[in-house]
Design a protein around this ligand. Structure first.
Ligand code: ACO
Length: 379
C-alpha cells in the first residue's frame, strides 16, 4: 500500500483504543480522575482500600460495602507455600523479575483458576492486591537469609506493607504517605502496562497471564523503572549546587532526566504534587532534607523544559519517599505494582466485557519478491 494511504502512529501515540468508564486523564490541563473523582480529593480524603473498591466497582462504597471489601483484602493476606518455594529459587534476581515469576506461579494455585466470570476476576483482583505486597516483602527478607514477616491481620493495606519490611509498625504519618502513594498509582488509563494487560486479555488468556505481562511492561525504565533511576540521579547530583550543571550535561548528551516527561501529561502531573508534599514533610520529620533539596534543585534546573511540556512526573518524588522510609532501591518499581493491581484488574474486566482481539498492523518497509537461493549457492 502506498505511504500516503497509511496512517502510521508510531507508539500508538494519540490513538484511542477503546472506551472506558474508569480513568479520565486530561494531559493538557493535568487532570486525573478515577470513576469521576478527582485524584486530589482521593489522595487527600480517601485511602487505598476505598480507592481500590472505587476502581473495581466503579462507585464509592458505603460503610458496609467498604468493611466487607476490607475484610476480603485482609483474608487474602496469605501466599501458598509453593509461591515461597518459587521466590526462594529465583531470589537472586531483580525483585520485579521475582514478582513476575511468582505471580505467574499463583495461577496454578488459584481456586478460581478456570473461572473467567466477572465475580471471579474481582475475587482474583482482591486476592492479588493482598498477595503482591507479601511477595515483594517476603522476597526482600528471603534474599537476605531472613524469614518473611507474616502479614498483620488488622493493619490497613499500606501500614501492613511497611510492617512486613522489618516487623515494625510504621508511624501514622508514614503509613498515610505510603497509602497516598498507592492511591495515586492505582490506575492510569491505557499506559504501557495496562495496554499490555489488555492485549493479553484480548486473546482470552487468563488473569494471571495478563498481570504477569503487565508486570514485565512496568519493569522498564521508561515506565515504572523511573523511580529507581531518580534516586540514582539524586545520588549522582550529590548536592543542590551541582544540579544545574548535572542536568545541563545530561541534556547536552541527549540523555533523559529520570522522573521527567510523560506521554500524556504536557502540564504538571497531578500525582506528583502529593508525593512532593509528602517528601517535604517526611524529610523535615526525619531531619534529613538533603534529598528533597537536591530534587527541588533538579526540578528548578528543568524549569525551562516545562515550556516544552516536560514536567516532573509521579515517579520524580516517589523514589525519595521510599528512600526516606528505608525501602531498598530495587523495590521501588515493585511498589508501583503493589498500587497498580486494582487498576490492572479493572482494565482486564473492561477489556473482557466487550472483548476484541487487539491486533494492529505494521507497515512493511523491507524488500519484496526476492529470489530464494539454496544455501549451497549463497556467497
Ligand atoms: N529528559 C530529557 N528530555 C526529555 C525527557 C526527559 N525525561 N522526556 C522527554 N524529553 C524530550 C525528548 O528528548 C524529546 O526531545 P526531542 O523532540 O528534541 O527529541 C521530547 O522530549 C519528546 O520525547 P519523547 O520520548 O518523544 O516523548 P514520549 O512522550 O514518548 O516520552 C517518556 C515519554 C518515555 C516518559 C519520556 O518523557 C521519558 O523517557 N522520561 C524519563 C523516564 C521517566 O520518567 N519515565 C516515567 C514516566 S511516568 C510513569 O510511567 C509512571
Amino acid at each position: 500500500m502506498a505511504d500516503k494511504e497509511i496512517s502510521l502512529n508510531r507508539g500508538l501515540q494519540g490513538v484511542y483504543l477503546d472506551r472506558t468508564n474508569t480513568t479520565f486523564i486530561d494531559g493538557k490541563e493535568g487532570v486525573l480522575e478515577y470513576s469521576g473523582y478527582n485524584i486530589h480529593d482521593l489522595a487527600e480524603n480517601s485511602n487505598f482500600e476505598e480507592t481500590s473498591y472505587l476502581l473495581m466497582y466503579g462507585e464509592l462504597p458505603n460503610q458496609k460495602q467498604l468493611d466487607e471489601f476490607d475484610a476480603s483484602l485482609k483474608n487474602a493476606r496469605v501466599l501458598p507455600q509453593q509461591a515461597y518455594d518459587v521466590i526462594d529459587i529465583v531470589k537472586d534476581s531483580h525483585p520485579m523479575d521475582v514478582l513476575r515469576t511468582t505471580i505467574s506461579t499463583l495461577s496454578s494455585f488459584d481456586e478460581d483458576r478456570d473461572d473467567f466470570s466477572e465475580d471471579a476476576i474481582i475475587r482474583k483482583g482482591i486476592r492479588l492486591t493482598s498477595q503482591v505486597p507479601i511477595i515483594v516483602m517476603a522476597h526482600n527478607r528471603m534474599r537476605k537469609g531472613l524469614d518473611p514477616i507474616e502479614s498483620s491481620k488488622t493493619l490497613p493495606h499500606a501500614a501492613n506493607f511497611l510492617y512486613m519490611l522489618e516487623g515494625e509498625e510504621p508511624s501514622e504519618d508514614t503509613a498515610k504517605l505510603m497509602d497516598t502513594d498507592f492511591v495515586v498509582h492505582a490506575d492510569h488509563g491505557c499506559n504501557a502496562s495496562a495496554f499490555t494487560t489488555r492485549v493479553v486479555t484480548g486473546t482470552n488468556a487468563d488473569f494471571y497471564g495478563s498481570i504477569t505481562a503487565g508486570i514485565a511492561a512496568l519493569s522498564g525504565p521508561s515506565h515504572g523503572g523511573a523511580a529507581e533511576g531518580v534516586m540514582e540521579l539524586a545520588k549522582d547530583v550529590g548536592t543542590p549546587e551541582n544540579a544545574a550543571a548535572h542536568v545541563k550535561n545530561l541534556l547536552a548528551n541527549r540523555e533523559r532526566v529520570m522522573g521527567f516527561g510523560h506521554r500524556v501529561y504536557k502540564a504538571a502531573d497531578p500525582r506528583a504534587k502529593h508525593l512532593k508534599d509528602g517528601v517535604k514533610k517526611l524529610s523535615e520529620e526525619k531531619g534529613e532534607t538533603a534529598w528533597y533539596e537536591i530534587l527541588l534543585a533538579v526540578q528548578e534546573a528543568m524549569t525551562p523544559y516545562a515550556r516544552r511540556g516536560i514536567h516532573a512526573n509521579v515517579d520524580f518524588f516517589a523514589g525519595a519517599v521510599y528512600y526516606l522510609i528505608g525501602i531498598p532501591q530495587d523495590l521501588f518499581v515493585p511498589i508501583f505494582a503493589v498500587g497498580r493491581i486494582p487498576g490492572w484488574t479493572i482494565q482486564i474486566l473492561e477489556q473482557m466485557r466487550h472483548n476484541i482481539l487487539i491486533r494492529p498492523l505494521l507497515q512493511y518497509t523491507g524488500e519484496r519478491s526476492k529470489e530464494y537461493i539454496p544455501i549451497t549457492k549463497r556467497d
